[in-house]
Write a protein that binds this ligand. Structure first.
Ligand SMILES: Nc1ncnc2c1ncn2[C@@H]1O[C@H](COP(=O)(O)OP(=O)(O)OP(=O)(O)O)[C@@H](O)[C@H]1O
Ligand SMILES: [Mg+2]
Length: 242
């Protein structure tokens, strides 16, 4: 897919999402369509970034191969979504051993442009390798969703920290930001489908899908947040059985 085709698809998707959101009545079909849109938006955005990055490093074959591999993963993920529209019932794909540190780095790369545009400072605590069995595309989507939420919440020059570690027979992804935080009264709402404070921009499905995916991996997703001025910020922690 060429970059402009992707951009056009994204634009059409955004318009369709907007139209759906505006229709007060959220029928089951509408919910499903929104869910699918949310899922394909990430790989589409990733593919857009990957083609851009590939062009930037066109004379480095190793880097190009690396990006092509990422592109293949994203296309596999799109394929999967197309084949099984109802993601909440998605079970057939088998998990395979994958390096979660590489996965976290890939999720960061997907949002590289947004991170650079906001001059966000990145703190990474990533060991060399942590291998666990996951559905790669789905877990990439989860980490990518959490990074994007953090980026959305951050002011210019805010801090985004990303940690992957192994502890007590579990692996943890920790995504933290010093953005505006989540008020207490929202903390039980954020994992519900369609809860969003990003009127006109968010579908409110990111965390609902992420929680569902993590739980299907027999893991947990937890959040701590503060809105105290000067000390605000949010931490999301995903624990998976190692
Ligand atoms: N890191 C964060 N900092 C502050 N608020 C957050 C953070 N992550 C999530 N939220 C809050 O939780 C809400 C729900 O998040 P979720 O990812 O489910 O949907 P969204 O980001 O609003 O929309 P979408 O992911 O579909 O684009 C957000 O609208 C925001 O209010
Ligand atoms: Mg989100």
């Amino acid at each position: 897919m060429a970059e402009n085709e992707i951009a056009e698809l994204e634009a059409r998707l955004a318009m369709a999402a907007e139209a759906l959101r505006k229709s007060e009545e959220r029928s089951t079909a509408g919910q499903l369509a929104l869910e699918v849109m949310h899922e394909i938006r990430n790989p589409l955005e990733a593919l857009g970034n990957i083609t851009y990055l590939t062009r930037e490093c066109a004379d480095d074959p190793a880097e190009v191969r690396n990006y092509m591999h990422l592109a293949e993963e994203q296309m596999a993920s799109l394929n999967q979504i197309a084949n099984q529209t109802l993601s909440f019932a998605r079970t057939s794909q088998v998990p395979r051993p994958i390096d979660l540190v590489g996965l976290a780095e890939a999720a960061l790369r997907i949002h590289q442009r947004a991170i650079a545009a906001k001059k966000i400072r990145l703190l990474k605590e990533l060991p060399e390798r942590i291998v666990a069995e996951v559905h790669t595309g789905q877990m990439l989507q989860v980490v990518s969703n959490l990074i994007l939420n953090a980026v959305d919440a951050l002011p210019e020059e805010g801090i985004l920290s990303l940690r992957v570690r192994k502890r007590d027979g579990e692996v943890h992804f920790v995504i933290a930001d010093n953005g505006h935080g989540i008020p207490k009264e929202h903390s039980s709402e954020i994992f519900k489908p369609f809860f969003t404070t990003k009127e006109g921009r968010g579908t409110g499905l990111g965390l609902a899908l992420s929680k569902n995916i993590v739980e299907r991996h027999k893991g947990r997703i937890r959040m701590r947040s503060s809105v105290r001025p000067g000390k605000s910020g949010t931490i999301f922690k995903i624990s998976l059985p190692a």
